[in-house]
Design a protein around this ligand. Structure first.
Ligand SMILES: NC(=O)c1ccc[n+]([C@@H]2O[C@H](COP(=O)([O-])OP(=O)(O)OC[C@H]3O[C@@H](n4cnc5c(N)ncnc54)[C@H](OP(=O)(O)O)[C@@H]3O)[C@@H](O)[C@H]2O)c1
Length: 304
């Protein structure tokens, strides 16, 4: 019996991602959070596909080692910029350097992300997970639109099936009043990101840029290892055993960035490379624009 479209996500984990033979020779791909997990695997997959890479990451030592590895192994060009995504000013500074130094970006992959079991506030008094997962990626997307527009670029937001854990509460976005849990803040940050994708994608498409969101599968990565020993032990001993390999996610990202069959797709939510429906609370509705407007305002305030 066929499942209703809203329940399809329950079975998509068993479907492998599509693969493509397309190469990205001569293209420039910017990946955030490329120094571990999905981002690292994606950097290697894109390098294998002959793309030149711009890495927007926070750890200089990891960035240096990865740059060296990719250049020597694949003969591509690689440059990196440093930013802490929990500090919007730091992201802005890195973006300023990128827009000054880079001539071309063909693909932007907003991948960096965090999961926190504790409610933490940034120096701008914004909730940490929302700031890293959503506000930073929005700032990056908005700032790089002029560069992406020159080459009819593609933007992929690495989202998550975890968006199903929570709606985004405009009335309490930083969990000042509500009970905080890791799942709720993670879900809220990913839901906020989906709403901004729906709100921005049609306008960007008119400028020749495609914007889509994808769930990269449930895979073994470093996510969550910033938390206390109890969570870390649970993740390593229990959760990781049920997860797939990060190469699966990297293959899906490469397909969405390189294959010609998706060149005109925008405003889609993919499970790996399979278009599907997000949770009801994360579907396009009048809140989408409100969440975008609110997010831009918070970013603007932090950057003043
Ligand atoms: N793993 C899964 O099963 C899964 C499922 C659904 C969605 N996702 C999403 O996939 C994306 C990648 O996650 P992952 O699983 O690959 O986790 P990961 O291994 O922990 O990688 C996360 C990346 O984000 C970077 N990052 C975290 N906080 C940052 C900050 N404050 N400033 C700058 N960079 C920061 C990390 O930098 P460092 O290398 O310096 O630590 C790392 O490179 C996330 O958006 C996540 O929500 C993952």
């Amino acid at each position: 019996m066929a499942l209703k479209p809203q329940y399809e996500f329950l079975t998509l984990g068993t479907k492998p991602p599509h693969q493509t033979k397309a190469t990205l020779s001569g293209k420039w791909v910017l990946i955030t959070g490329a120094t571990s997990g999905i981002g690292l695997s994606a950097a290697r997959r894109f390098a294998k596909g002959k793309a030149n890479l711009i890495l927007l990451v926070r750890n200089e030592q990891k960035a240096l080692a990865l740059t060296k590895e990719l250049i020597s192994q694949f003969g591509i060009q690689v440059r990196f910029y440093l930013a802490d995504f929990s500090k919007l000013k730091s992201v802005k500074d890195a973006l300023q350097s990128i827009t000054q130094n880079e001539k071309q970006i063909d693909v932007l992959i907003n991948n960096a992300g965090v999961y926190s079991t504790k409610r933490l506030l940034t120096q701008d008094q914004t909730e940490l997970v929302l700031t890293v997962n959503h506000l930073s990626s929005l700032l990056i997307t908005e700032t790089l639109i002029p560069l992406l527009g020159q080459s009819k670029g593609r933007i992929i937001q690495v989202n998550s099936e975890g968006h199903r854990f929570s709606r985004f509460a405009l009335e309490d976005p930083h969990f000042k009043k509500r009970w905080y849990t890791g799942l709720r803040s993670y879900g809220a940050s990913k839901t906020a990101q989906l709403h901004t994708v729906w709100a921005l994608a049609p306008t960007l498409f008119k400028q020749g840029i495609t914007l889509n969101a994808m769930h990269p599968g449930a895979v073994q990565s470093e996510i969550g290892l910033n938390n206390g020993w109890l969570y870390r032990t649970f993740k390593k001993l229990i959760i990781n055993r049920m997860l797939k390999r990060v190469e699966n996610s990297a293959e899906a990202l490469y397909y969405l960035a390189a294959d010609s069959s998706v060149k005109d797709a925008y405003g889609q939510y993919y499970y790996l490379t399979h278009p599907t429906m997000p949770a009801k609370h994360a579907m396009k509705n009048p809140l989408s624009k409100k969440i975008l407007t609110w997010s831009k305002k918070v970013i603007q305030l932090a950057l003043e």
